[in-house]
Design a protein around this ligand. Structure first.
Ligand code: ADP
Ligand code: MG
Length: 722
């Protein structure tokens, strides 16, 4: 029988009824109904104004500010007609979160009356007092001006909360001197850099009509749902988003019976509610299923332009968390909420393409003949090999460190998986002898009534951090709680840089009289000679790969943030971002400072929390247990039974261990080193192992102490009850 508090939580959960949620019936009517979309604009704006806006969105031309007043008026009419009293400039600070500043549409007239008002000036530029957002020293608080500016390429929308309806305008967030303080600005810049170089390469390949090239993203989001009655009893889930303590349940995920199993009813209703809201926001949620671990689920949208997909991904996280609350769940986006249980990632599917040439990473049926594909794919390979450590840095958070390399998620070594067909094609290129590519085959299932299946020319590889999956790359090492902006910025930027290199080489060789084909294959061969070491099709989890990658291929293994974040301070990385016009050295340095500080803060908060839980929750329960056991020994003696100390002794010794580990952690916590890099190292090498020491004692005690006094909901309860 669980402790009184846990019992109350369990009773509460058993008495829960599902929250009324109408199923989505008329998708057409619902779809994007809360979005100030192109269609809405078309009917609400004069033709000339609409055309101007459309050009900015589709062709990336500079926004004509003279149309802003007209658009603002139309936006206000539409939004207030839908019940919005407030509008918000929404921006994405360096915290992975979404920030918004709300302002009323209302404007007092000085004679006691008020009208609603929204001007072009208010639409285009805002000035939130964002001084308390981390900015890594770019902006000292005494000159705290920061501006938000309308991103016309990401649609504005209505957000309904219990607080009412707010009209939300996606914006960039910059300092008064123009430095990017957010994640959107560099994303837009990286896309522009990639577009510029991709257009250049396409022109070299003989294309004359070339539409703007855009990066695309489809982000698969994994998450856990835990009943909120349990979360209320777990300070660690509330403050750190993960359990700092907890013994593994007798039954874990070994049976694989949760993966793709039937979705529990309460969760189904929750998902339906989430999807309904996402559809209204024009977010193309497409697949949903159970994940590997009990209590773990996934939602994936159809891919969109990277900038829009990124805003939509942030919204998806917001909707998941808010809707979970409504349904009595806590949605955990942490990468490793439960030790020993599969963690959560966010697979970032990424490609580039345009309206005239299509998906530039689509190999077609005969990749060996597809020069365009080979060059763009070669550029990706070169980019990942040259800047793998930067990709690792872009996914470095305290929480993702727990997942990477933990035998369930890709290792912290960045390599590329191409699939057997392409691996073979690129090996032939390297050997200077390109013959052809393996054909896609039909796969007979051996039963006449079943159709033959098309067999993909390359298999999947779940152990690779960065895998080619048919017509895109999938960056699988991204953390579930992270903004996808950072990883996309890095991918676009390293690709831009590699395409630039390739185009330079082609230019040079063409000028020396080579044919396009000769030049292309010579550049591709050189690319594979210099960078082929990053291509790996084997088991990324294996110890052998860790050895080969580092010792033989010279790839870097950066297991923790303390190893990975300093990459941002390398001169080659500064040069890369500056060369491509994505981040100035100052902007890059500020990102290093902010991310390092977040890492340190996250671990120090956890360390303090684990101490507090150990002493104020676990220790009292252990003492009570010791009292009971001692009492029972006395009674046994009184009854003349030989006293059995087999339970008491280990509890006594683990209790000593617990207290000693607490004292040790407290001591190291009191004297952090100077210097950011040293401070990160101390978190990784000193604090975390001490926290693990405490955890080991407590998790062992959990298996010995009477269940009736254990204060914390157990893994079994949190993972299996809903
Ligand atoms: P899996 O779980 O097998 O990886 P999913 O269907 O869950 O596959 O997710 C694949 C994701 O890749 C989807 O979001 C899909 O829209 C996205 N995707 C497909 N094509 C592209 C592309 N060209 N660019 C970016 N993302 C893409
Ligand atoms: Mg996937």
């Amino acid at each position: 029988m669980p402790s009184a508090a846990r019992l109350r939580a369990i009773d509460h959960i058993l008495a829960r009824t599902t929250v009324e949620t109408p199923p989505v019936k008329d998708l057409d009517a619902l779809w994007a109904s809360d979005v100030f979309s192109l269609e809405t604009m078309k009917s609400a704006l004069p033709k000339g104004v609409f055309k101007s806006i459309q050009r900015s969105i589709k062709e990336g031309t500079k926004l004509d500010t003279s149309v802003a007043d007209v658009v603002a008026q139309a936006m206000k009419d539409w939004a207030t007609g839908r019940g919005a009293l407030y509008y918000a400039h929404v921006f994405y600070p360096l915290t992975n979160l979404t920030a918004e500043k709300h302002d009323g549409f209302i404007s007092p007239q000085g004679d006691g009356t008020a009208i609603t008002e929204f001007t072009g000036k208010l639409l285009v530029q805002g000035e939130p007092d964002g001084s308390s957002f981390p900015n890594g020293g770019i902006r000292s608080t005494f000159e705290a001006r920061g501006y938000t500016a309308w991103d016309v390429t990401s649609p504005a929308y209505l957000m309904e909360t219990p607080n009412g309806v707010t009209f939300c305008i996606p914006t960039v967030f910059v300092s008064w001197t123009g430095e990017a303080l957010d994640k959107k600005t560099p994303l837009l810049r990286s896309n522009a850099a990639m577009n510029k170089q991709a257009q250049r390469l396409l022109r070299l390949l003989g294309e004359t009509e070339i539409a703007p090239v855009n990066s695309s993203c489809g982000a698969e989001q994994e998450y856990f749902l835990v009943d909120s009655a349990f979360t209320a009893l777990r300070p660690d889930l509330q403050l750190a988003g993960r359990t700092l303590l907890g013994a593994p349940p007798a039954k874990g995920q070994q049976f694989d019976d949760h993966y793709f199993g039937a979705i529990p009813e309460r969760v189904q209703v929750f998902m339906q509610d989430v999807e309904r809201q996402l559809y209204k926001l024009g977010i193309p949620a497409k697949t949903r299923h159970n994940e590997v671990a009990p209590g773990q689920f996934e939602i994936a949208p159809y891919f969109e332009a990277a900038n829009v997909a990124t805003d939509h991904q942030q919204l998806t996280m917001t909707v998941l968390k808010g809707t979970a609350k409504k349904h009595g769940f806590t949605c955990l986006l942490h990468e490793k909420p439960f030790a020993g249980v599969n963690g959560s990632g966010k697979h970032v599917n990424w490609s580039i393409g345009n309206a005239t040439q299509g998906n530039l990473l689509d190999p077609g049926h005969t990749p060996h003949k597809n020069l365009q594909f080979l060059l763009f794919c070669g550029a990706v390979i070169r980019g990942v090999h040259s800047f793998g450590p930067l990709m690792r840095a872009a996914i470095a958070t305290a929480s993702n460190d727990h997942r990477l390399g933990a035998n369930e998620a890709p290792p912290a070594i960045i390599s590329v998986y191409l699939g057997s067909q392409l691996e073979d094609v690129f090996a032939q290129i390297k050997a200077g002898n390109l013959q052809g590519s393996a054909e896609a085959a039909l796969m007979s299932l051996g039963v006449d009534t079943l159709p033959d299946l098309n067999k993909d020319p390359g298999d999947r590889n779940r152990t690779s951090p960065f895998a080619f999956t048919g017509n895109r790359f999938e960056f699988r090492a991204v953390g579930s709680g992270q903004s996808v902006a950072g990883p996309l910025v890095v991918l676009n930027t390293i690709l831009a840089d590699s395409i630039q290199w390739i185009a330079d080489q082609l230019d040079d060789q063409l000028a020396h009289g080579s044919s396009l084909e000769e030049a292309a294959f010579s550049v591709l061969k050189r690319t594979m000679d210099d960078h082929g070491a990053v291509v790996f099709g084997g088991d990324g989890y294996s110890a052998a790969w860790h050895h080969i990658a580092v010792e033989e291929r010279g790839l870097e293994n950066l297991p923790t943030c303390a190893d990975a974040l300093p990459v941002l301070q390398r001169q080659v990385i500064r040069d890369l971002f500056e060369r491509q016009g994505v981040l100035s050295p100052l902007e890059l340095e500020s990102r290093f400072e902010v991310y390092a500080e977040q890492y340190i803060l996250a671990i120090e908060v956890e360390a303090k929390l684990v101490l507090r839980m150990a002493r104020t929750q676990v220790y009292p329960a252990v003492i009570e247990s010791l009292n009971n056991l001692a009492c029972s020994l006395k009674n046994q003696e009184a009854l003349g039974i030989t006293p059995d100390r087999s339970l008491l002794d280990p509890v006594v010794s683990l209790n000593h261990q617990l207290l000693a580990s607490c004292t040790a952690l407290e001591q190291v916590l009191a004297s952090p080193p100077h210097g950011v890099v040293e401070h990160m190292r101390y978190c990784a090498d000193t604090l975390l192992p001490h926290m693990t020491g405490i955890r080991e004692a407590i998790d062992a005690l959990e298996l010995l102490v009477d269940e009736a006094i254990w204060p914390l909901p157990t893994y079994q309860e949190m993972l299996f009850m809903r």
